[in-house]
Every structure is written in C-alpha cells, then in structure tokens.
Design a protein around this ligand. Structure first.
Ligand code: 13P
Length: 252
C-alpha cells in the first residue's frame, strides 16, 4: 500500500500574526507547487484566516488545532467544523496530549469531535500516546489501545482510510527526547495491528500514522524511513522555516 507521507506543523500557542505569516510564506515558497509529500501547518485558531490568505494557491494545507463538535449555536468561545471549512482549513488535530492533560479532553469527546470533523469533510489527525509513567510501568500498549479504541469509537469503516493517526509519546513532546526509530516503529506497528482488528487489514494498510515528539532535521529521515511511520506531526521544529523544510525534505 502506497501511503502518501504527511508532514504537519503544530504551531501550538506559539506564533503572532507577523511571525505566522512569515513562517507560512517561507514554507509555501520552499515546498513549491507539487511536493511529493503532503504538507500542512496548524496555526492558533485566531490566525487561521490570515494564514489561509498566505497559503491560498499554495500546496501547503491549513489545519486547526481543535474544534467543537456542534452546529452553530450558543457555544461561547468555540469554533465548529463549518467555520473551519469556511476559512479554508483542510485538517484538524484532535485529542492532542496537551488538550487531554491540561483541558481534560476525554476519548469520548475526541470521538465526538472526530465525527464532526468527518461530517464537515475535514481531515482529522487523531493523537494518542503514553506518558513516561505509563511506559515505565509497561503500559504503553494498553494506554495506546484504550485511547485509540475510545477515540475511534463509532467511526464508520468507509471513512477510516481518510483518518490520520498521530502517535505522540508524551515523554518525547517538547523534551528533546525522541523515541528511537525502533521504539516508534514498534508502537506504530502495534497501532496498525489494532486498526486491522477494529476495521480490516485493507483499511489499516491505507491509514496513515504520523510520529510526533521532538522530530528534528537530524532524526527525521530515520524515523520516516520506518515501514509503519507515514509522516510527522512537528511542534518546536515547525516554528523555523529551515528546520520544518528539512523535515519535509527528509520525508520526500
Ligand atoms: P515537539 O515537536 O515540540 O516535541 O512537539 C510535538 C507535538 O506535540 C506535535 O503535536
């Protein structure tokens, strides 16, 4: 199965209008019109509109970092799939570990958001990953399995191939400690086996699984070279054009 590599930059809460515009311009210029990898950037929601303007006509997709799973209505402070589509988004990151840890987002909420994302014809990037405590207690597979099954609850098999999974071990996020290619591949292979169990071998072979957690220009090639690693979800290194572009090139 030929899965197209997908590299996405999660800018988290780290840019302003000017720095974001410069970053988006730099990435769009470097990536060109026909990149062999799929590329997206996910700015803070307040800047989605201005980054959409910068990326218009480029090969770089726009992603949001979250959405609220409801139609228009009385939901003060929230943003729904229709609004994200309206402004030019194509991707939505769901269930990032920072949202799970800081905002208490649950698997059940992620599954509702997943349904809303697909109903809005956006591409979901569903994040799962264990903490250091989980890993040291030998619970990596159990935690990843429970997050994955819970987050994908109710997902129609016909829509599953369009869902991107991001494996992000919490202990590797923003710490400079990357999972080794072998450690990452082991969990990615496990996730693909689970996807085959939930859906089918065929569906699992079509689904893309990104790795996230201190991906840098220096480690990207080896990580992306693993058989079950189909892309990267990049935090810190997506904030510098040269680093992000080097990671994209490593996946090409
Ligand atoms: P870092 O690349 O900064 O470790 O962040 C990874 C991440 O959380 C991407 O969503």
């Amino acid at each position: 199965m030929n899965r197209r590599t997908i590299i996405a930059g999660n800018w988290k809460m780290n840019t302003r209008a000017q720095s974001g515009v410069e970053l988006a311009k730099g990435v769009a210029a470097a990536v060109g019109q026909h990149p062999s990898v799929e590329v997206a950037v996910c700015p803070p929601s307040v800047y989605l509109g201005c980054i959409a303007d910068v990326l218009a006509g480029s090969a770089v997709g726009l992603g949001a970092q979250n959405l609220y799973p409801a139609e228009d209505g009385a939901y003060t402070g929230e943003t729904n799939a229709a609004m994200l589509t309206d402004i030019g988004c194509r991707y939505v990151i769901l269930g990032h570990s920072e949202r799970r840890a800081i905002l208490g987002e649950t698997d059940a909420q992620v599954s509702e958001k997943l349904a809303a994302t697909l109903a809005g014809n956006l591409v979901p990037i569903v994040c799962v990953g264990e903490t250091l405590e989980d890993r040291e207690a030998g619970k990596t597979e159990a935690v990843v399995e429970s997050q994955l099954r819970g987050s994908l609850e109710g997902l129609d098999e016909a829509r599953a191939p369009g869902v991107v999974i991001a494996y992000e071990p919490v202990w590797a996020i923003g710490t400079g400690k990357t999972a080794s290619p072998e450690q990452a591949e082991e969990v990615h292979a496990f996730i693909r086996k689970l996807l085959a169990d939930i859906f089918s071998e065929d569906v699992a072979s079509q689904m893309r699984i990104q790795y996230g957690g201190s991906v840098k220009p220096g480690n990207a090639k080896e990580l992306l070279g693993q058989p079950n690693i189909d892309g990267a979800l990049v935090g810190g290194a997506s904030l510098a054009v040269d680093d992000f572009v080097a990671i994209i090139n490593a996946g090409a």
